[in-house]
Design a protein around this ligand. Structure first.
Ligand code: CTP
Length: 403
């Protein structure tokens, strides 16, 4: 597993009988060239000792948030910054409940809350606990917040019962983490550009025309691209969103600025046009505020179509051009038309007549129409992060398949 070489893993061991298996996990990670810092929860220390963990990992073991000596050496923030990934193995139902509620009750949960890294959970518990409805809703909450779940397996448990909930084997866990790094490595060579949010077309210094786009879907895509190893540029209209970390952000106001900045940042391997760009701008932006007694009809002219310009450019066209189609009716017909007319490779279409998805919502549901194909792929209802995950996976597959 050469992808594990020099990777820094923060392993959090929780209190469960499977904790003894994390000793084997440390051994595998070490053998493959990782550095491992470990946090043992209070429960974990009922099963294994800090001494056995530090002997195997050859690193300091952290045991509690209120271990001030360690806090002085490395506090919970630096600990989460140090790591390339955070891995809870084994994770108990109790820890999942704490994490899903954003609690910071010990060092482990505080680190997770403060983390800016991908967090993996390898659960281990009794089958009835795994099937418990409250537990399930906690887990779903974490999945929706981008936590990655490893396993569990089906099998005979320490308690003698049989079913789903068995801790994944250390080999399986290390392979999962290795695959994650492998994905990051394979996308490193690709550059991505995303447009997102609305644009503002000014009428005078205080008034402008805009639309309901929140930018959430585009931001989620840019964030996921960056997390998947892509060098990512986000060209964003005005939004209230937090900029995704590690992404080059270019803030713009108008369609014209968005067009200019997009062209300036080409070429890229993939461009995703998720912005709701104004189709019209005012012919003239008045220098002074228009007084009501001087009101006259506003004259509009068409903006440049950024997607259309980029996809038809004979030198700057990205390998993969993805447009969005926000439709209220005839979704399939309109999307297929846009696919051809705007020379896209894919169109990601959503039905914005449904208030539960699309504009300004946390959720989405999209169909992907592809060039030269009559079929479409459905990405079913989920958070915009989940839609972004699915989309970026497809982008990564497509670019890697075609070199
Ligand atoms: N788009 C763009 N520049 C524009 C207008 C649209 O880059 N000036 C892009 C959008 O980012 C999206 C795609 O074109 O990826 C389709 O946008 P949409 O608003 O659905 O379609 P329009 O072409 O504007 O057509 P209509 O509004 O008539 O449906």
């Amino acid at each position: 597993m050469k992808n594990l070489q020099n990777k820094k893993i923060l392993l959090i061991i929780c209190g469960g009988i499977a904790a003894y298996k994390s000793l084997e996990l440390i051994r595998i990670f070490k053998k493959n060239g990782c550095r491992i810092k470990t946090i043992l929860t209070k429960g974990a220390m009922e099963f294994i000792t800090p001494l056995s963990v530090s002997s195997l990992s050859s690193e300091k073991v952290y045991t509690d948030l209120f271990d001030f000596k360690n806090e002085a050496e490395m506090d919970h923030i630096s600990l989460s910054r140090w790591a390339d990934v955070v891995l809870f193995a084994p994770t108990t139902a109790n820890k999942i409940a704490q994490l899903s509620n954003g609690l910071a009750v010990d060092l482990a949960t505080t680190v997770a809350l403060a983390s800016n890294k991908d967090i993996f959970l390898a659960p281990a518990m009794n089958v009835r606990m795994w099937e418990n409805a409250i537990f399930k809703s906690n887990l779903v909450k974490l999945i929706n917040s981008n936590y990655k779940i490893i396993g569990p397996n089906i099998g005979e448990m320490a308690c003698g019962e049989y079913g789903l909930g068995k801790f994944s084997e250390p080999q399986e866990i290390s392979l999962f983490i290795s695959d994650y790094f492998n994905n990051l490595d394979k996308n490193k060579k690709f550059k991505a550009l995303v447009t997102a949010g609305p644009t503002r077309e000014y009428i005078d210094p205080v008034r402008f025309i805009t639309n309901r786009s929140s930018g959430k879907q585009g931001y989620a895509i840019a964030n996921k691209l960056q997390k998947s190893g892509f060098e990512t540029i986000l060209i964003s209209g005005p939004t209230n969103l937090k900029f995704p970390e590690g992404v080059k952000i270019i803030s713009v106001n108008s369609a014209e600025e968005m067009h200019e900045k997009t062209i300036e940042n080409l070429p890229v391997d993939v461009a995703i046009f998720s912005a709701a760009v104004a189709d019209f701008k005012t012919k003239e932006i008045k220098v002074d505020k228009i007084k009501k007694e001087n009101f006259e009809n506003i004259k509009f002219e068409k903006t440049k179509d950024i997607l259309n310009y980029t996809s038809k450019h004979n030198k700057l066209r990205p390998k993969l051009v993805i447009g969005f189609a926000a439709e209220t009716n005839n979704l399939e017909e309109n999307s297929k038309k846009k696919l051809v007319e705007k020379n896209c490779d894919w169109i990601v279409a959503n039905d914005v007549s449904n208030n539960k998805i699309g504009f300004d919502s946390e959720h989405n549901e999209v169909k992907i129409f592809k060039k030269n194909s009559n079929e479409f792929e459905n990405i079913s209802f989920g958070t915009k992060e989940m839609i972004a995950n699915e989309l970026v996976e497809r982008i990564s597959d497509e670019l890697n398949a075609n070199g």
